[in-house]
Design a protein around this ligand. Structure first.
Ligand SMILES: [Zn+2]
Ligand SMILES: [Zn+2]
Length: 664
């Protein structure tokens, strides 16, 4: 089957999910059929496995003696052109399992004709994954027949523009015990204009690569040998950006009635066993635990260890005596001592999320309905274990500074609180100039209750309705997707597009009706009964790591004044003492107002100094020469914009402060 595979490889798409494939996904998946046809025209022995659409394109996994390289792409694309020109309809045929097995054995599936002695072995394997409750279908385009559940476009001629992009290798069904296949990637669009725009965007994204710009600007470094992979070190210029973002968050949250807390980076295993993140749910995302025996328990431990040692010794002496009873006695002694040692040992985990810590702060004092909503905020550092192969610059890391907060509220307060969170997002979008966004509202799927989702059918429906109402009433741009919620409740993924049109998942809001109960959180309501609050998890600025990585691309490193690591540089024309004093006084005046201003008073040629400042992406350059000094003026130059001419110094300073204050 050329089916649609989700990120979780084992989770085969249900018919319902297939119906949700959008137009572009269908087009791209259809193009995978066409590519397979083209490959078969060139290499008729090719055996195909799966060919789903993926983000930005599609692939098809193929087994073939010949190793396909990008040099083969023009020939494959030329064959694809013929198939598209022929404008074959995608004809669906429903067959019995017996028929499908027969056609796999004859090599017909994923082929242009029967291929005796070359059965469609991967299609046969895919067939086994189709449950009896689902129909088995083929899709036929010209000579090509594929085992596939669809959906596709109507005809091959609907594929407007396409291009093969790369080759990788992948194991069949993502299992390394299976054969390794060649994965041929391509992309397709409705028309040539869109295709060209996409490649232009990729080119631009490469130019704006956060790893490249981050290094050039000296924003962060990763030191795998000493600090460890995936653990970015923020250099002073990167830290300046992070500090500005924190300042923005703190001000915004303060005005929205949040209170700030601070929590440790570690917690006992009990915390996560209670919250439900352990033993299973989050285990693979957490660093392994640290084991600790408290100082005062260490003599006990030594004593217990001596008991184990004694038992081992006794058992050795008894070996060969056949005294089963005595051996059993020492076995028991050993086991008891070992268990007692285990009880003395406490396991601590690095926190992978801040919620349980905040929940304990909620629980630290008796709470009444008058205390709600309680909004606890913290830029909390979390640690998540990502496989080394997954690590990528600032985008996939193992330490995360999170713009976190948890809002504890009553059911009645929910709509207003949730709405306020959305408003906060919109405010941020405006500040950063994100023109395009969508909120992706993920709800539960009934089948997953008790497995993928906490088993509270009523609460799921209630909270989902509350969220939907807020979204509908606020006129926020959102889409709803079922069966993708988080374990504890419905969630909203906020997606934004950078200025060059690249999509980015900024943050996730989650409504949680399960964790507060698990952690035993209650408030005393008006009617004098204890009730469990709802909890909203939200992090509009995501983590410093991902967000700054994204901002680097968004701004191409040309940060607006308020965020620029070096906001102002004062450059002297020459190094005469009075001029340098004048320049230094300007730097001092700006720094006294918390502006990140530096001076370049060297004797270098002014053009060279300007070029250096431009290269360092300094936002505003103030050039001062004798004539400026005489007029108590400065010549203003803005990075990327050029010279704005000489202006009175006081006006320039006031202007800079205004813009920084307004976060421009
Ligand atoms: Zn298909
Ligand atoms: Zn949380």
């Amino acid at each position: 089957m050329c089916g649609y595979i989700t990120a979780m490889q084992d989770d085969r798409k249900k018919p319902d999910d297939r119906n949700k494939m959008n137009e572009l996904d269908r087009l791209r998946h259809s193009c995978a059929h066409v590519m397979a046809t083209a490959i078969l025209r060139l290499w008729p022995d090719a055996q195909f496995a799966a060919g789903p659409p993926v983000e930005n394109g599609f692939y098809y996994d193929v087994e073939l003696q010949h190793r396909i390289t990008p040099e083969d792409f023009p020939a494959i694309e030329a064959e694809m052109k013929k198939e598209i020109k022929a404008n074959h309809p995608f004809e669906k045929v429903v067959v019995t399992r017996e028929q499908a097995i027969k056609d796999s054995e004859s090599g017909r599936l994923g082929g242009l004709s029967e291929r005796p002695g070359n059965p469609s072995k991967f299609k046969l394997g895919n067939l086994q994954d189709i449950p009896d409750s689902e129909a088995i279908s083929y899709y036929k385009t010209g000579d090509f027949i594929d085992l596939c559940a669809g959906p596709h476009v109507m005809r091959t001629g609907n594929i407007g523009a396409y291009k093969l992009t790369s080759v990788a290798s992948a194991y069949y069904k993502a299992d390394e015990n299976n054969p390794q296949l060649q994965r041929i990637y391509g992309t397709a669009f409705k028309n040539k204009t869109e295709l060209e725009a996409y490649f232009k965007m990729l080119e631009e994204a490469k130019r704006r690569d956060h790893r490249k710009i981050g290094q050039e600007m000296g924003l962060y470094t990763i030191d795998p040998d000493f600090t460890g992979p995936g653990l970015p070190l923020w250099l002073p210029k990167g830290a300046a950006i992070a500090e500005e973002l924190e300042k923005l968050a703190k001000e915004t949250e303060f005005l929205a009635g949040y209170v700030r807390v601070k929590t440790p980076h570690i917690a006992k295993e009990k915390m996560y066993l209670t919250s439900g993140h352990l033993p299973l749910l989050y285990k693979d995302s957490m660093f392994p635990p640290m084991e600790l025996i408290e100082e005062e328990d260490r003599p006990d431990k030594r004593f217990l260890e001596s008991r184990v040692q004694l038992a081992l010794q006794k058992k050795q002496e008894l070996a060969g005596t056949g005294d089963v009873e005595k051996i059993a006695h020492w076995d028991k002694q050993q086991a008891e001592a070992a268990e007692a040692i285990d009880k003395l040992t406490t396991r601590y985990y690095l926190k992978a999320m801040n919620c349980p810590h905040h929940h304990r702060i909620f629980a630290a004092e008796p709470r009444s309905y008058r205390d709600l909503p309680l909004r606890l905020a913290e830029y909390g550092t979390c640690y998540r274990y990502e496989q080394s192969g997954e690590l990528f610059g600032l985008m996939r890391v193992r330490s995360l500074n999170m713009n976190d907060a948890h809002i504890y509220c009553t059911r009645e307060q929910f709509a207003q609180e949730f709405n306020a969170v959305n408003e906060m997002y919109l405010k941020y979008f405006k500040i950063f100039g994100f023109g395009k966004y969508v909120m992706r509202f993920s709800t539960h799927g009934k089948e997953g209750l008790g497995r993928k989702y906490v088993n509270e059918p009523e609460l799921w429906i209630q909270t989902e309705n509350m969220v939907r109402d807020v979204l509908n009433n606020s006129g926020i741009n959102y889409v709803e997707v079922s069966n993708e919620a988080a374990f504890y409740g419905p969630k909203i993924d906020v997606q934004v597009w950078s200025v060059i049109g690249r999509e980015f998942t900024l943050a996730t809001n989650q409504v949680d009706f399960a964790q507060p109960r698990r952690m035993g959180l209650v408030y005393r309501d008006k009617d004098n009964t204890d009730k469990t609050p709802l909890c909203i998890h939200r992090a509009p600025l995501g983590t410093h790591e991902r967000f700054i990585g994204f901002l680097i691309e968004h701004y191409a490193g040309n940060f607006p004044l308020w965020l620029a690591p070096e906001q102002v540089r004062v450059l002297t024309i020459g190094e005469e003492a009075p001029l340098v004093s004048y320049a230094k006084a300007i730097v001092q005046e700006l720094r006294a107002q918390m502006v990140r201003a530096e001076g370049d008073y060297s004797n270098d040629k002014i053009n060279g100094k300007i070029q250096q400042a431009e290269q360092a992406k300094v936002h505003t350059m103030l050039v001062v020469g004798p004539r400026d000094m005489a007029a108590n003026a400065v010549s203003v130059r803005v990075h990327g914009k050029g010279s704005l001419g000489a202006k009175p110094k006081a006006e320039v300073v006031a202007n800079l402060l205004d813009n920084i204050r307004a976060r421009r």
